[in-house]
Design a protein around this ligand. Sequence first.
Ligand code: ZN
Length: 329
Amino acid sequence: MRKLLIALAALGAGVCLFLAAALALELLEPEPAPVLPEPALAEAVAEVPARAGLEARETAPEVLETARRLLEGRVRETGCGPYRLLTDVTDPTLIEACGRLASALDGALVERYGLKPVGEPRGTVVLFGRRADFRAFAEADGRVRQGYAGYSSGVRGYVALCADGPERDELLRTLAHELTHLALRRSLGEGLPPWLSEGLADGIGDTATAGGFIPLEGWKGVEGPARRLQGIYSTGREPDLEKLVGHDRSSFDRGTASVDYEASALLVRYLLAEPGRAARFRAYLAALASGDKSSVQGLRQALGVTWQELDHSFGSWVAAGPDRPVTAS
Ligand SMILES: [Zn+2]
């Protein structure tokens, strides 16, 4: 899922954070993953059988029934790229942008993470023009989504979004974030640790624009959360990445001061910001796609650093801000 607004974090949502520096990280682990040049890596990863990936599910009939009932008299059933779109929103530029982003999403996963989703994208986007309908839909689904602009269910094959509130660009970022969750299920299966699921979803979602996806560079598209995280670290709170990556859904993003979402988004960017580190991270993702289980220590070993080094490096990277040139880690 994805927060509607940073300010709404105070309502009880959660977030994650991470930092990195240009310090030369000494490799203490004897088993670092091989560092491949990026193009070679992308090819190698694409050939890894995605044993963990699960075929997309058809949308559960009761989900469609509830959406059609709530939108009765106003619903339009059309398409958003390869997905079915149910909506009472009539803005044609929004519908066009929806299709553009949804069609490009699988390619973005390959290009950015080296993850190739299995099968074809399938499912439904339910886009509500009225907040009351979105709330009623979420409640009928057994969910309470205070402060969220959207959520997804890979198992039931849909994404639900509220267009009442966020500006168009923010809505498109949320759409791409939620669709990425569906695509991640097709790449890595279910039960991903929340930092990884949310961080990877933001790594695509935060780069969504009406014209398509912009490159994942620096803080582009994630300026607000990054500044929030930077501000928190500048007051003396240290990154604790081992804790962040160890959270399950019950402990992730708990409490009004949580920056678990922000830290997760920035950690993924940090991990991809420098070629050597990016190769290690993508190799870790490839291992997960091939069936390895995610684990806190598995990630650390794949990155070849200690938690202390990673905290320090990440903290320095966040502190340096968006304009810092990419250098060796
Ligand atoms: Zn999410």
